[in-house]
Design a protein around this ligand. Structure first.
Ligand code: NAD
Ligand code: UDX
Length: 468
């Protein structure tokens, strides 16, 4: 079957960029991305390409090329579903915040709503593609709903998890390590798989398009994120050992990464991993494992999260300890709020938790991030539900100039590895800060030796990624 019309439900960090690239690479396919969030759709349709709802390097150009040609953004969900031969589900699947599985399981409310809407809106057969990250065996639930409420239409379910990382979404989509497609082993399932393979084959070499059974595909996505996060927690665990022993975690990472069996990527020690995926997907895997009675499996993966929580708390405690165990009323400047560079996404960003810890101690936090707005920063802190909006606004200020942010600060903490931070005039920042001036480099990106030479207040007892 040749696909000429695609609908994608969910115009977020995955749906938007993924569909923009499919539309760019397949001009003969009409791609309509739908969402219930009118403001988001308006922003995708907006004239100003600097104000797309998702900030990703290179995305503006892809959207400019395809939008209005064969890429459309709309809130008319039913119409787009009905017109398409293939419907992608790319809605959010966050950790449940209520009821059974609270704090662990994935909330599949939005996925189920999509399945019901696809069933209700379809007047012809469809291929339904799970693009969202889902617990293994979700396709069974989607199929049950479609088969029981779809008015006799035939639905083939495919799993096609997305492996893009934020900040590099466009390059990841243009040249993916692999595309994974899982489907039913019967002839109709294989035909559906082939239809989706043909879409990607417009720009992805065939040998990079892997096909599997549907359960393997669903589980591979959770597994990939668990393995990646585990590497970060592993190197962060070593960073604590380094700080006690005088070893340098960057050197250790380089040394072990040179072993081709280990490899150099994902070995950057940090203030802790963030983002909308790692924690939620591991928690989900832990929940699934426990539900099958696999206690050791669940405990093993849960430790990756515990290590990450420890790393965030440890970073905050390091700051407090270095500032003579009291930060009450002291100005501490955060450079960066996003969970990584080159994105405006702040979901689960380590900065939120470090700030919360320091606000508990009544520190005065000033934040500068090149892409994150004041409203978003306040919303992130309010979402924690740990204090009133008034108290947050009293203790946290947001400024849009990095030098102003650092003026009269007792300490500067790097929370995100934005490239521009490295290029700042650190002599100027040092002079503008209160003394002794402390920098806590939660991303290990600054030239520490240079800063130490610059700063007379450097204390030799604090050797690792913290101070100058
Ligand atoms: P997101 O919150 O940015 O976007 C989801 C969108 O779906 C929202 O705009 C929401 O309004 C919309 N939506 C929800 N229910 C809807 C409905 N019934 N009808 C129409 N629209 C609806 O989420 P995201 O970051 O794009 O993630 C989507 C999925 O992709 C998740 O399962 C996530 O785990 C997975 N994923 C995310 C990333 C990432 O880097 N963000 C990478 C790979 C996979
Ligand atoms: C991740 C997966 O990489 C991607 O394949 C999946 O599709 C979605 O989840 P993302 O969350 O966008 O992508 O970013 P990623 O680059 O994986 O970084 C996640 C977090 O780990 C960030 O906070 C990042 O700063 C941190 N990290 C990453 C480290 O602390 N050290 C590293 O070496 C790598």
């Amino acid at each position: 079957m040749k696909i000429t019309k695609i609908c994608c439900i969910g115009a977020g960090y995955v749906g938007g960029p993924t569909m923009a690239v499919i539309a760019q690479k397949c001009p003969d396919i009409t791609v309509t991305v739908v969402d219930i969030n009118q403001a988001r759709i308006d922003a995708w349709n907006g004239e100003d390409l600097d104000k797309l709802p998702v900030y990703e390097p290179g995305l503006d150009k892809v959207v400019a090329e395809a939008r209005g040609r064969n890429l459309f953004f709309s809130t008319d969900v039913n119409k787009a579903i009905d017109e398409a031969q293939m419907v992608f589900i790319s809605v959010n699947t966050p950790t449940k915040t209520y009821g059974e599985g609270k704090g662990m399981a994935a909330d599949l409310k939005w996925v189920e709503l999509c399945a019901r809407q696809i069933a209700a809106a379809s007047t012809s057969d469809k291929i339904v593609v799970e693009k969202s990250t889902l617990p293994v065996r979700t396709a069974q639930a989607v199929k049950d709903i479609l088969d029981n409420t779809g008015g006799g239409r035939k639905f083939q379910i495919l799993s096609n998890p997305e492996f893009l990382a934020e900040g590099t979404a466009v390059e990841d989509l243009l040249a993916p390590d692999r595309v994974l497609i899982g489907g039913d082993p019967g002839p109709e399932g294989q035909e559906a798989i082939e239809a989706l393979v043909s879409v990607y084959a417009a720009w992805v070499p065939r040998e990079r398009i892997l096909t599997t059974n549907i359960w393997s595909s669903e589980l591979s996505k959770l597994t990939a994120n668990a393995f990646l996060a585990q590497r970060v927690s592993s190197i962060n665990a070593i960073s604590e050992l380094c700080e006690q022993t005088g070893a340098d975690v960057t050197e250790v990472a380089r040394a072990i990464g040179a072993d081709s069996r280990i490899g150099p990527k994902f070995l950057k020690a940090s203030v802790g991993f963030g983002g909308s995926c790692f924690q939620k997907d591991i928690l989900n895997m832990v929940y699934i494992s426990r539900s099958y009675g696999l206690t050791e499996v669940a405990d093993y993966w849960e430790q990756v999260i515990k290590m990450n929580d420890h790393q965030k708390a440890r970073f905050a405690k390091n700051i407090i300890k270095s500032l003579y165990n009291t930060v009450n009323g002291k100005k501490i400047t955060f450079l960066g709020w996003a969970f990584k560079k080159d994105t405006n996404d702040t979901r689960e960003s380590a900065a939120i938790y470090v700030a919360d810890h320091l606000i508990n101690e009544q520190a005065q936090i000033t934040v500068y991030d090149p892409k994150v707005s004041e409203e978003k920063i306040y919303a992130d802190l309010e979402y924690l539900n740990t204090r009133s909006p008034e108290e947050i606004r009293r203790l946290v200020k947001v400024v849009y100039d990095p030098y102003e942010a650092c003026l009269d600060a007792h300490a500067v903490a790097i929370l995100t590895e934005w490239d521009e931070f490295v290029d700042y005039d650190w002599q100027r920042i040092y002079e503008a800060m209160l003394k002794p001036a402390k920098v806590f480099d939660g991303r290990n990106i600054l030239p520490h030796e240079e800063l130490r030479t610059m700063a007379s207040a450097y204390s030799p007892s604090e050797r690792q990624y913290s101070n100058y």
